[in-house]
Design a protein around this ligand. Sequence first.
Ligand code: SAH
Length: 249
Amino acid sequence: MKFTKKDKVLLISIKGPRHIVEVDRTFFTKEGELKLKSLIGKKYGSKIFSNKGVEYTALLPTFSDMMQKSAKGPQGVLPKDAAMIVAHTGIGKNSKVLDAGTGSGHLAAFLARVIDPTILTSYEVRKEFIKVAKKNLDFMNIKNVQIRNKDIYKKIDGRKYDLITLDLAEPWKVRDLKKALAAGGYVVAYLPQMTQVTQFVNFCEKQNILVERIMEVQERYWEVHGRIAKPRYLQQDHTAFLVFARKLN
Ligand code: SAH
């Protein structure tokens, strides 16, 4: 496959950082200037040199490459947690999914890819974050997310969602939660504090929403080169607990 002028290019060099840029331009880095237009019509995996002689390999970025580079707003949900939500709720391309708050749009993007071309709805109260999320989703080339400037605590329009994800401080305030879920549908709350977990579990139990699993996903990276083979120091430790609960009827 070859680069066309509409593509973005992932530039990987052994020496320098990675970049993702439109192929249709000249790009300036600390390692010199790169005339990316010369890649148009060339195969993925072609080499390109900066004017300072640094070699880059040019690839087509994947969704994961773009996620890592997408401009950050509020702390986004990481792959380890997003993947677990997909794995344990069984959503697929026809699932109806509602997400709140949108924040940086990261969780929305992970889930939207799974249900594409079905539209994912995401609620966000703060206009400035809607702007950030839209920019991130555009960068990641995700087109099936509809962001609404709404307070999910007050009201959920529409109903019968197969999955509602709640990454906000007080998910027990979502008044229409039960009404908005399909029978068998999941709510997944992403909660940094165990005190929030207990409060949310109480809320679910009161309404007869079945708490199916509560978990923490731990991911541990290793460094392996030469005689070095050890866990990486200073890893991200805790992100949040995940509460999976299910509406029975
Ligand atoms: N899951 C997001 C990050 C969400 S951060 C991601 O992966 O990128 C939490 C967001 O919830 C913030 O942007 C905040 O403004 C929003 N929020 C807080 N309360 C809300 C409410 N009642 N309704 C809608 N959005 C809310």
